[in-house]
Unconditional design. Structure first.
Ligand SMILES: C=C(O[C@@H]1C=C(C(=O)O)C=C[C@H]1O)C(=O)O
Length: 415
């Protein structure tokens, strides 16, 4: 469906303050949950007031922005809260490849949000008495039961071989860095209830952005861009080590990561790509000289928080368009890295490593890079993880790093 019937009649949107709903995930009914949660705050939604299937191509972000602007410009909006994320909101996921189908924006019928001690409920209906105003029926999520894993497009050995080929191409001077990913399949005993995964992910990975759009679900640590008014922020990650066996090992690994010239250069590539993408849009841009260490339950990353001020009224999707794909998930130089990914990965990334997040009618929003995630369909999941490959990468170590990244979704599935 290209454009839903909601376009025929203007949307009627109402946002009201509500009492603290507590855990957002447990407010979700079992139909089509949408989510964006960090440290218990964020937005969840359900139902469908409007949907756009975004046509593939270089203009897809602009197309999506224009679709949304037209939809919301016609809407009758009654917003008593007036903060980023109040009023109508679209959740979205874009494929990694511009030419791949599967990018979408969905405006849920109901969005429940909490942030900074406030909570609000947005409902969309064609008139004030519409059923969209009633919270959906909640049933407790059922665990997926026993999980069987299988190789995706490449076996572990084949993927290591692909990494070795990438290393050779880097050392031959074709490119500086490329991010190679692999997929795993998981088959569960029962249908996988996305709310079960959201609950486990948001509890175990509070520092990450736990997301779900049409079954595409994960907990990513990487913020592509947060947009509030003219202020933007991005958290660039590149350079990874698994967590240690104990505290001393953990600290030693963190220190080694910080001192590793391979990881520092990998990080510099990612930060430079973000700086180059944002500079033309910004009147001020602050890029730290040195990364910090971001310690997560499964891995440690080198992290740089970039902040800026937009020089004009660019919406969050305009900023996403300028940034994607960063070198944290593509490589350096971008064009060559995309060719190498197509040649060596042997799989369709779909939404993995693409932008995922939400946008409101003001153009504010938060978009992450879809990592540590999987596409859930019935009792099946397709999981993704990747690593930045440099000229001195060791295929065995890169496989171990990818396994550590798979642990996020494996934890979510295994109760
Ligand atoms: C590609 C992934 O992660 C990216 C690659 C990283 C690395 O290679 O060090 C670190 C964080 C992410 O930018 C993934 O999680 O699948």
């Amino acid at each position: 469906m290209q454009v839903s019937v909601a376009l025929i009649r203007p949307l009627v949107v109402r946002t009201v303050p509500v009492g603290d709903p507590g855990d957002l995930v447990s407010c979700l009914p079992d139909t089509a949950p949408y989510a964006w949660i960090r440290h218990g705050e964020g937005l969840v939604g359900w139902g469908e007031a409007a949907r756009a299937t975004v046509p593939p191509g270089p203009d897809r972000f602009r197309w999506a922005r224009d679709w949304m602007s037209a939809l919301f410009a016609d809407a009758r909006i009654d917003d008593d809260v007036e903060v980023p994320g109040s009023g109508p909101v679209a959740f979205g996921s874009f494929t990694f490849e511009a030419d791949a189908p599967g990018s979408r924006l969905v405006v849920p019928r109901v969005v429940l949000a909490r942030r900074g001690g406030r909570a609000w409920l947005t409902t969309i209906g064609e008139d004030d008495h519409d059923a969209g105003h009633r919270p959906g029926l909640r049933t407790p999520p059922t665990p997926p039961g026993r999980i069987r894993y299988g190789d995706g497009s490449l076996t572990a050995l084949e993927w290591q071989h692909a990494v070795a080929q990438a290393v050779r191409q880097i050392n031959d001077g074709r490119l500086d860095k490329v991010v190679l990913a692999r997929d795993l399949t998981a088959v569960a005993e029962n249908d996988i209830d996305v709310r079960f995964l959201l609950s486990r992910l948001s509890t175990r990975y509070p520092e990450c952005y736990t997301f779900s759009v049409d079954g595409f679900t994960g907990a990513t640590p990487e913020l592509l861009v947060r947009h509030r008014g003219n202020a933007i922020e991005s958290l660039v990650l590149a350079g990874t080590t698994p967590r240690g066996a104990d505290e001393a090992d953990d600290l030693a690994r963190g220190a080694a990561l910080f001192a590793s010239s391979k990881d520092r250069y990998e990080h510099v590539c990612a930060v430079s790509s973000v700086r180059e993408a944002l500079a033309p849009l910004c009147s001020a841009l602050d890029v730290p000289d040195e990364p910090e260490l971001l310690v997560l339950p499964n891995v440690q990353h080198l992290a740089s928080r970039v902040t800026g001020r937009l020089s004009d009224g660019a919406s969050v999707l305009d900023v996403v368009a300028a940034m994607h794909p960063t070198a944290a998930v593509g490589g350096t130089p971008t064009g060559t890295a995309l060719e190498v990914i197509r040649e060596l990965e042997g799989m369709d990334r779909a939404g993995y490593a693409g932008p995922v997040g939400w946008i409101d009618a003001r153009g504010d929003g938060e978009w992450g890079i879809a990592l540590r995630c999987g596409q859930i369909t019935g009792n099946r999941a397709r999981l993704f993880a990747g690593c930045g490959i440099m000229g001195d990468s060791d295929p065995v170590a890169e496989l171990a790093e990818a396994q550590a990244k798979f642990r996020v979704m494996r934890y979510a599935l295994e109760s």
